[in-house]
Design a protein around this ligand. Structure first.
Ligand code: ATP
Ligand code: MG
Ligand code: MG
Length: 364
């Protein structure tokens, strides 16, 4: 048995613990926020990430450390690594925290990304926006999530709307991709080099936030290449744990959007939908245990609940419908739970989603 320390105490940490308890693992979470929702299912230490005394105490309590939040400072991970094994490594985290380093890494291994330019001033932005035919997205290089810190540029005048303060941060301009669809590959790799992926996930976003995932994605000619790109990235990084790569697929090309050095929202369906969930395999990978099967029967849909739940959720109880309530205070734009639906075929899954949405009286 092992005690697993998790930096970050959000819903991902919570679901890791819920997957790890049946295997006999114990969990300690570390989060600056005293109301972090993982605290409802295990011991929560509340301190800032740079508090070395608190980190020291945390390390004494645990056998191995992982994270549920990719913006844990790299220095924190380096500090922890001196005391206890950490997965993923600080070197990987450093790349994944910075959209520029991430894209440069992709290029170094021959994996295509959206076209991009680093931006540090208004004049650089003007120049690059023109180069991308005024069809681009300005993003902060670091700390963005759920589409936060992003500005769409679709005309020269849009540049005037960018707040001056934004240029205090390192930025990146990406050419906008007119994609057919967005997919993600969930990869698990352990320290022995065993590697596996789950069936390809198709993702829909609204205002930059993931709303639904359908698995397996309808088959396309590009899928094999897409999965190969994600595996190549994990193998080159000697990645340990679960990582997720988000892709744009167009008619005949595939581009990496970004990677997440952790379990991911688009993999939540695997809790009920696959032989082994992303959460269990993340723990297995970090402890150098054999990885579990990632196969699934039929299809799965994951619906995110953002901002608020519909009324009477738990009284809606149809077969193969699963509710996950994270125990977070509802706030606009905040992910507070998800539902998973399973069905044997695409048609039955579609019907199930339509029926559920109708019964709940919501719009997806
Ligand atoms: P998260 O980490 O929560 O997935 P994020 O804040 O890192 O989100 P991105 O994944 O970069 O944001 O972008 C959010 C969404 O915005 C994408 O899933 C996609 O729908 C759209 N988007 C981002 N960049 C581009 C692009 N270059 N071309 C077209 N669409 C884009
Ligand atoms: Mg991101
Ligand atoms: Mg994303």
């Amino acid at each position: 048995s092992a005690v697993i320390g998790i930096l970050g105490g959000g819903q991902l940490a919570r679901m890791m613990a819920l997957a790890g308890y049946p295997l006999g693992f114990e969990f300690v979470f570390f989060d600056p926020e005293p109301t972090a929702c993982a605290g409802q299912v295990g011991e929560l230490m509340t301190a800032e990430y740079h508090n070395e005394l608190a980190l020291e105490e945390f390390c004494q309590k645990v056998d191995v450390v992982t994270l549920d939040f990719e913006n844990v400072p790299v220095e924190t991970l380096r500090f922890v690594q001196k005391k206890k094994p950490v997965f993923p490594s600080p070197e990987v985290l450093e790349i994944a925290q910075d959209r520029l380093m991430e894209k440069q890494f992709c290029h170094s291994v021959g994996v295509p990304t959206t076209q991009f330019e680093p931006i540090n001033s208004l004049s650089e932005l003007k120049f690059a926006a023109k180069k991308f035919d005024y069809d681009a997205i300005l993003k902060t290089r670091r700390m963005g999530y759920d589409g936060k810190g992003q500005y769409r540029i679709s005309a020269p005048t849009d540049i005037n709307q960018i707040p001056d303060e934004l240029f205090a941060q390192d930025l990146i301009l990406e050419k906008r991709i007119a994609f057919n669809r967005e997919v993600s590959v969930i990869v698990a790799r352990n320290g022995l080099g065993d590697i596996t992926t789950w069936p390809l996930c198709e993702n829909k976003h609204k205002e930059g936030i993931l709303t639904t995932t359908i698995v397996p994605a309808k088959h396309s000619e590009l899928d094999e290449l897409t999965v190969a790109c994600a595996k190549k990235m994990a193998e080159t990084l000697k990645y340990v744990g679960v990582m997720v790569v988000e892709f744009f697929q167009t008619g005949d090309e595939v581009f990496v959007n970004e990677m997440a050095p952790r379990v991911h929202n688009s993999g939540h369906w695997s809790i009920e939908g696959a032989d082994t969930s992303q959460f269990e395999n993340h723990l297995r990978a970090g402890l150098n245990l054999p990885l579990g099967s990632t196969e699934m029967d039929g299809m799965a849909a994951m619906l995110n609940w953002i901002g608020a739940f519909p009324d009477h959720i738990l009284s809606i109880n149809t077969p193969k419908l699963y509710w996950h309530v994270y125990g977070k205070e509802p706030r606009p734009g905040r992910k507070i739970g998800h539902s998973t639906l399973l069905a044997p075929t695409a048609q039955e899954l579609h019907d199930k989603i339509v029926n559920l949405v109708k019964e709940l009286g919501v719009q997806l």
